[in-house]
Structure formats: C-alpha cells, structure tokens
Design a protein around this ligand. Structure first.
Ligand code: NAD
Length: 480
C-alpha cells in the first residue's frame, strides 16, 4: 500500500515514530494509502528547517522567489492529469471538477503570486519639508499554513504561494482526510530542487500534528482555513502570543432570489451553487431564499432539476455529484437530515444515502436534498452542514430577505439574483457577508479580498491582502 511521506528540510521522509493513519477512498469506502502520523519530533524538525532556511530565502530578490513559484506552477501544469485523478480519488469529487477547477486553480495560485510579488510596493509619505517616511514590508518568518479537505490542493496552495512569495518559509499541514495532492506537491518541490527548508509539509492529525505546529513558540504567524470551532481553539492558543493570524472559517450562505431575476440563469446557477463538490464548498449557498411571487415556480423547477442530477463514480465523466469525503462526515450529514425532519422539515427531493453498484457499493454517497417548511431559527437553518443539503424559504420584502439572510452567526458569502440595480446595491450593502455575488456565483478574481465576517473568520486572503498579511510593516522616518 502506498505510504505518503513528509517533506522536511528538502527530503521526503517517514515520520519519526513510523506510525501511519489510514487514508480512505470515499467512493469505495476502502483504505488505499497510509498517511504519516507525525509527532512533535517531526514538527520540531520541520520548524527548525524552516527557521534555518529563512535568512537566505527572505533575502533573495523578489524575482528569484517568483521564478521558484513559476517552476512549481509549471510542474503542476505538466502533472495536471495525475494531480486531478489523485484529488478525485482522495476527496470523492468528480474528476471533471478536479480537472477544471481544483488543479488549474492550484497552478494559478502559484502563477498569480509569482507575478503579484513583482508588483507589490510599499508606501512612502512626505510629511513636510525635509521629512519623509517610507514603509518597509518585511517577511514575518516561519508561517504555519493549515488547510481543510474540501478543496485540498487549491486551498493549500492559496496559503503557501503568498507566504513564499513574500519571503517567509513555511511549515504546512494539509487535512489528514485528503493528503495526497499535498504529497504530490512535495514530490514536485523535490524534483525542481526547491531549496531545503523553504517549504515543509508535515502530515498528521489536527489535534496532534496540527496542534503541535500552531502551539510552537517558534512559528511567527498562522494562516488557517477550516471549521469555526477549530478556528476558535487556534485563536485561544495563538492570540495570547500576539502572533498574526488569518482564520477562514465556516459559513451558512444565503442565496437571495428576487421576483425580477433572470429566472433560468438564477435556477441553473442555484443548482450549481448548492451542490457543486457535493455542497462541500465554503461558498455554496445552503439557504435558498425566494421571493413569494416566483416561489412555487422556482421551487418546482429547482426540485425537478436537482432530482435529475447524476450521482456516480467520481471518475465517470458524466457524474455531477461524487462521494462525501469521509464516513464521519457522511454520518454527520445524514444526522442533519434527521434533525431537519424532527424540526418539521419536508424533504422535497433527496434525503437519503445512495447505494451504487460494484466498486462503489461501499462508497459514501448522498442524494442532493432540498428541505422546505423550516423556520430561520431552527438548527438546520443555523448550523453549518457542509453537504448536499439546502433549505428553501419564501420571503416577501427586501427587509425580510435581509433579516433572514443576516440571522446566523456566519457571514462568509451571499448571492443575490435581481434585475433591479437598486435592489442589488442595497442588498449588497446591507448584507453581513465578506463576499457578495450578484447574478453570478464563484466568479473569482484572485486580486479581490477573500474572507468572512462574524464567525466566518478574521482577516482576508487574496491579492495584496495576503501579501500584507504575510509581511510586517516597518516605518522609517527620515529628516534630512
Ligand atoms: P477542520 O477545522 O476540522 O480542519 C481543518 C484543518 O485544521 C485540518 O488540516 C485539520 O487537521 C486541522 N486541525 C484540526 N484541529 C487542529 C488543531 N487543534 N490545531 C491545528 N490544526 C488543527 O475543518 P475541515 O472539516 O477540514 O473543513 C471543513 C470546514 O472548513 C468547514 O467548516 C468549511 O466551511 C471550512 N472552510 C472554510 C473556507 C473559507 O475560506 N472560509 C474554505 C474551505 C473550508
């Protein structure tokens, strides 16, 4: 069975303990590889290697660091098919999605920050005659980058690329549920000869390996994407040490559909924005709010289209939905369907696990599910489920839509469908959410700030925001 290796100090290595964790293929329910169960010794070695590499990496000219990022991007490009297949097998997502979204985006993250760092400038303020201030932007040091399982290489590289571009060295941990493409990235780093210690990838469990990384006094900042409760735990450890933190956390995103929308576009996109990646994208809409005038028409068409979605082996070209990432997550999602029923929810379509044939008979598949008849305060409408489940609710006025949309602890993303410019601007202005899409979904420009309000996180990724996060400003005032 394939054993994944850590990547520490430029070398692929086994964990010091030689202990491994099972890695499952969610579409078959079987173990197909082993993940290092890294302990404190591995983590400390990775941090020490990153610390030792920091001086030479941070003093390289930006153009040199950019060219290393370009080399990584080119190597991802040349192994695109292999990486996409690995992502699909590890995560359960349709191969077509890994090919069209995950791996191209991972490549683009490195390409984007290779160019961004070449355009990144710091400020200068002329204070008066003979007085000038200039602000240096220095890399912070050793960055801890911790990522989740839903978009494995895409989100892993979204942190690593700006951290390295800005001159930090990195100790990174991918999710133990989807470690394979992070491992392949470490193979790429070995192949291209990335200097030892610049990037270290340590595999293992969150509560042990991850916790050892973020608890170390030797790391200088933490960039984390994952669940809100994990983020709160990390904040408790990192905040009293006054280290920089960026926390990208959970969501419960509203999708607000007004009577005057382009019906067909709103419908088609809502099917995608609800169920892409089995609903396991932090930006998926999970609460569909529809204005009363088109509620019945929209609901019926939505139920029909979702009922016809093809769930299948993720490797089949025509599968629109693949497997749920793990057995515990599969059980959690099914438990929320029971909670919704007990709260009085009516299942309009789905609501059941799906048994496929042959190799996939033990895989974890759930039918895309739409639930109606729940009030906004119930658990189903308040808590993040992070699976192929949405609720649908009618509203009458803009104010009511805003009240429903804003009445959770989260504030990550929102989608608005309307042909009225004033409605679009008004709702976008009033909604408590870090990201708003109007008449579209998941259109991403890597220069824009990315992140959430309220319990969806602290800080922003993307564009200059990430480069500002991964650098420390130092102001120099000169009188001449
Ligand atoms: P998670 O919080 O369980 O794990 C995320 C990562 O943190 C994993 O690598 C895990 O090993 C690690 N971890 C867990 N405990 C840790 C600890 N004590 N110390 C250090 N690291 C620890 O989240 P998940 O289940 O992997 O991912 C799903 C969650 O991620 C959802 O809530 C989803 O909304 C969120 N998410 C948010 C965004 C965003 O941009 N806001 C993007 C994707 C996913």
């Amino acid at each position: 069975m394939k054993k994944i290796a850590n990547y520490i100090n430029g070398k692929l290595s086994a964990p010091a303990s030689n202990q491994y964790i099972d890695n499952y293929n969610p579409a078959t329910g079987s173990v197909y590889s082993l993940i290092p169960n890294s302990g404190d010794e591995d983590v400390q070695f990775a941090i020490k290697s990153a610390r030792e590499a920091f001086d030479s990496w941070s003093s390289l000219p930006n153009a040199k660091r950019a060219s290393w990022l370009d080399k990584i991007a080119n190597a991802i490009e040349s192994r695109m098919d292999e990486l996409a297949l690995a992502e699909s097998i590890d995560n359960g997502k349709p191969l077509s999605l890994a090919k069209s979204v995950d791996i191209p985006r991972a490549r683009d993250n490195f390409k984007f920050y290779a160019t961004a760092i070449m355009h990144y400038a710091s400020e200068s303020h002329r204070t008066g005659d003979g007085i000038i201030n200039y602000t240096l932007r220095k890399p912070v040091g050793v960055a801890a980058c911790i990522s989740p399982w839903n978009l494995p290489l895409y989100l892993f590289s979204w942190k690593i690329a700006p951290a390295l571009a800005a001159g930090n060295t990195v100790v990174a941990k991918p999710s133990e549920i989807t470690p394979m493409t992070a491992y392949l990235l470490s193979e790429i780093c070995v192949e291209i000869g990335l200097p030892a210690g610049v990037l270290n990838i340590v595999h293992g469990l969150g509560a042990t390996t991850g916790n050892a990384i973020i608890s170390s006094n030797e790391i200088d900042l933490v960039s984390f994407t994952g669940g809100t409760s994990t983020g709160a735990h990390i904040a408790k450890i990192v905040a009293p040490k006054f280290k920089k933190m960026s926390l990208e956390l959970g969501g419960k995103n509203p999708n607000i559909i007004f009577d005057d929308c382009d019906f067909e576009k709103a419908l088609k996109t809502t099917v995608h924005s609800s169920f892409e990646n089995q609903g396991q994208i932090c930006l998926c809409g999970s609460r569909i709010l529809v204005q009363r005038g088109i509620y019945e028409k929209f609901k019926n068409a939505f139920v029909e289209q979702v009922g016809n979605m093809r769930i299948g082996n993720p490797l089949n070209e025509d599968s629109q939905l693949g497997a749920i990432v793990s057995k515990p997550h599969f059980d959690k999602i099914l438990s929320y369907i029971e909670i919704a029923k007990s709260e009085g929810g009516k299942i309009l379509t789905g609501g059941i696990p799906i048994s496929l044939a042959d190799d996939n008979k033990d895989g974890w598949f759930i039918a895309p599910t739409i639930i109606e008849g729940l009030d906004q305060q119930c658990r189903t409408n308040q808590e993040e489920i992070f699976g192929p489940i949405v609720t649908i609710q009618p509203f009458d006025t803009i104010e009511e839509a805003l009240e429903l949309a804003n009445s959770t602890e989260y504030g990550l993303a929102a989608t608005i469908w309307t042909s009225n410019l004033s409605t679009a601007h008004h709702v976008a202005d009033k909604i408590k959410s870090g990201i708003v899409w109007v008449n579209c979904w998941l259109l991403r420009d890597l220069r824009t700030p990315f992140g959430g309000m309220k319990n969806s996180g602290v800080g922003r990724e993307g564009g200059w925001e990430a480069l500002n996060f991964f650098t420390e400003p130092k102001n120099v005032c000169i009188k001449f």
